[in-house]
Design a protein around this ligand. Structure first.
Ligand code: N01
Length: 483
C-alpha cells in the first residue's frame, strides 16, 4: 500500500486567490504550506491600490468569499479600505497567519529533480512539491512610454502605487478613462483648482448609486440567516449568471443593458458638445463596463476639462496634445492600467526540461482551465489565463479552482502520483473552444481593451457557470500526464 505523505506546498501571493487557496488547503488537511507575499500586507490589488475614490464596482455582498460571509458591509459597493480590512481579518479568522510570509518576493521558480526550488529576492530559498501561483492579473502597473514623462517637474503617480501627494488646490491631470481613471477623477475633481481628464478612448459610464450605504437593518437580517454561505453563493450565482448571459450572448438582455448605458450619457450630460466628445464609438460592455454615480456630473463642472486629443509629449509643466495645446499641470496621475497578461512574470519560472514560462507563452498566456500549464508539472494557477474577470464571481472561481487543485494534492498525499502535468492536447483543445466561444461575446464587438492579450486573443472566460463547475469539479486523468 502506498505511503501517505504531506506535500510541501508554496502559494505565491496573498491576495484574494492566495487566501482562497490557503483556506482550502487548511480545510483539506494540508499543513505544510507557506503563503509568500512580496507586499507588506495581504489583499493583493486591495493592498496595492489606495488611490482616492477607490471602491468595488461589484456589490459587496457578492464580492466576498462564501466561506467567510460578512453581512455588515458599510456600503452596497464597499470602499477599498473596507475590502482590505476584510482580507486582513480573514488571515486571522481562517488561521492562516502562521503560514504567511510577507515582504518575500519570489524571483525564480525552477522544477528540478521532481520538485520546485524557489529563490526569493532576499536571497532565501524554498523547496516545494507543489507551487500554486496566485499572483493575480491586475498587478503590475502599466506606464506608457510618453515622450518627456521624466521631465515633468511635479509629482507623477500611478494609481496602483498611490503616495500621499497633494492635489487640493492644484492643477491635476488624470490620464486614462478605465474604472480607475473614472473613480480617481471623480474623487479629485471637487478640491482641484482645475482637473483635466485625458482620454485616448472615451468610455461608457453607467450610472449606479455607488456611494449608497448598506442599511444597518440589512446587516442585522443577513446575520440572522442560518446558512449565510448559501445566500452569498446564491447572490453570486444570480449576479454572475445575469452578467455572463449579457456579455457572452447577443440577446435582448444585452441590448437592454446597452440601452441603459447610452441613456445615462444622454440624460446626465446636458451639454451637447461635451456629450458628443464623451460618446464612445463602440458598444457598452465591450470594454470592462465602468460604473459611477457622479462622473458625468463632475466632468461637466467649471474646473474640469475632458481632452480627447492624443498626448504627444509631457513637458516640465504639463501635457501637450496633438492639437498643439499645452495643458499646464502641477500633478500628473497615471490611471493607465496594468500589464494584465504578465501573470506570475517577471518571476523566472522554469518547468520540465528547463522550459521557461516566457517560451511556453511566446504566443500569449495559455493554461488549461485557467490553472494548468503544459511543461510545468506540479504547478497550478489560481485565476490564471482566461479567468472570468469580466463575467463571474472571482471569489467563487478562486475557491473552485483551489478545490480542484486540492484533489490533485490529495492523490499525491495518498501516494498515487508523484507528478501531474496537463497535456498539450488538452490545453490546445481548451484554447480552441475558448476561441470559438469568444466570437459572439460583447468583448469581440470592435473595441480595444486590456482583455486582449494580442490582436485576436481575448484573455477571458467565454463560457457559463455550468461549464466552469464541470471543468473544475472532477479532474480527468486523460487530460494529464501522471507520474
Ligand atoms: O485600467 P484600464 P484601469 N495614452 O486598462 C489609457 C479593475 N478595476 O486601472 O482605452 C493614453 O481599464 C487607456 O486608454 P484606451 C477593472 O476590472 C476595478 O482603469 O486603451 N491613454 C485606458 O483609458 C478594470 O477594468 C475596480 O485607449 C492610455 C486607461 O489608460 C481594471 O481594473 C476599480 C495609454 C487604462 O484603463 C483596469 O482598470 C478600478 C496611452 N499610451 C479598476 N495607455 C473596482 O471597482 C493606456 N491608456 C473593482
Amino acid at each position: 500500500m502506498a505511503q501517505r505523505r504531506d506535500p510541501r506546498i508554496v502559494i505565491i501571493g496573498a491576495g484574494m486567490s492566495g487566501i482562497a487557496a490557503g483556506h482550502v488547503l487548511r480545510q483539506s488537511g494540508f499543513h505544510d504550506f507557506t503563503i509568500v507575499e512580496k507586499g507588506s500586507d495581504v489583499g493583493g490589488v486591495w493592498h496595492w491600490n489606495r488611490y482616492p475614490g477607490l471602491r468595488c464596482d461589484v456589490p459587496s455582498y457578492g464580492y466576498q468569499f462564501a466561506f467567510a460571509p460578512k453581512p455588515d458591509w458599510g456600503h452596497v459597493w464597499a470602499t477599498g479600505d473596507e475590502i482590505q480590512r476584510y482580507h486582513r481579518d480573514l488571515i486571522d479568522d481562517l488561521q492562516l497567519r502562521s503560514h504567511l510570509r510577507l515582504n518575500c518576493e519570489v524571483t525564480e521558480a525552477v522544477f528540478t529533480g521532481g520538485r520546485w526550488r524557489l529563490s526569493t529576492a532576499d536571497g532565501g530559498r524554498l523547496d516545494a512539491d507543489f507551487v500554486i501561483a496566485a499572483t493575480g492579473v491586475l498587478h503590475q502597473p502599466f506606464i506608457p512610454d510618453f515622450p518627456g514623462l521624466d521631465s515633468f517637474a511635479g509629482p507623477v503617480v500611478h494609481t496602483a502605487r498611490w503616495t500621499n501627494i497633494k492635489t487640493r488646490g492644484k492643477r491635476v491631470g488624470v490620464i486614462g478613462t478605465g474604472s480607475t481613471g473614472v473613480q480617481v477623477f471623480s474623487a479629485l475633481q471637487p478640491d482641484a483648482a482645475h482637473i483635466t481628464h485625458f482620454a485616448r478612448t472615451p468610455q461608457w459610464v453607467m450610472w449606479m448609486p455607488m456611494r449608497m450605504p448598506q442599511p444597518r437593518i440589512v446587516g442585522h437580517l443577513l446575520r440572522r440567516l442560518p446558512r449565510q454561505d448559501k445566500t452569498v453563493r446564491l447572490s453570486q450565482f444570480i449576479g454572475s449568471d445575469y452578467l455572463t448571459d449579457l456579455v457572452i450572448r447577443p440577446t435582448w438582455r444585452r441590448r437592454a443593458a446597452q440601452r441603459y448605458g447610452a441613456m445615462c450619457l444622454r440624460v446626465l450630460v446636458r451639454d451637447k458638445k461635451l456629450r458628443a466628445r464623451l460618446r464612445p464609438d463602440y458598444q457598452p460592455f465591450c470594454k470592462r463596463q465602468v460604473l459611477s454615480g457622479d462622473y458625468y456630473r463632475r466632468i461637466g463642472k467649471p474646473n474640469a476639462s475632458f481632452v480627447s486629443e492624443a498626448i504627444v509629449e509631457i513637458t516640465k509643466t504639463g501635457v501637450r496634445t496633438a492639437d498643439g495645446v499645452h495643458h499646464e499641470l502641477d500633478v500628473l496621475v497615471l490611471a493607465t492600467g496594468f500589464a494584465a497578461h504578465n501573470y506570475m512574470r517577471p518571476m523566472a519560472v522554469r518547468g520540465r526540461d528547463g522550459l521557461s514560462i516566457d517560451d511556453a507563452w511566446a504566443k500569449g498566456p495559455r493554461a488549461w482551465g485557467m490553472t494548468a500549464i503544459p511543461g510545468f508539472p506540479n504547478l497550478f494557477m489560481v485565476l490564471g489565463p482566461n479567468s472570468p474577470t469580466g463575467s463571474m464571481s472571482l471569489q467563487h472561481t478562486a475557491e473552485l479552482t483551489a478545490r480542484y487543485i486540492a484533489k490533485w494534492l490529495n492523490r499525491f498525499r495518498d501516494g498515487e502520483i508523484n507528478a501531474v502535468e496537463v497535456t498539450e492536447e488538452a490545453t490546445d483543445r481548451f484554447a480552441d473552444e475558448v476561441a470559438e466561444a469568444m466570437v459572439p461575446t460583447v468583448w469581440n464587438t470592435g473595441c480595444n481593451s486590456w482583455y486582449f492579450a494580442d490582436d485576436n486573443h481575448i484573455d477571458l472566460w467565454p463560457f457559463d457557470r455550468k461549464r466552469l463547475t464541470r471543468m473544475l469539479t472532477q479532474p480527468q486523468d486523460a487530460d494529464y500526464i501522471l507520474t
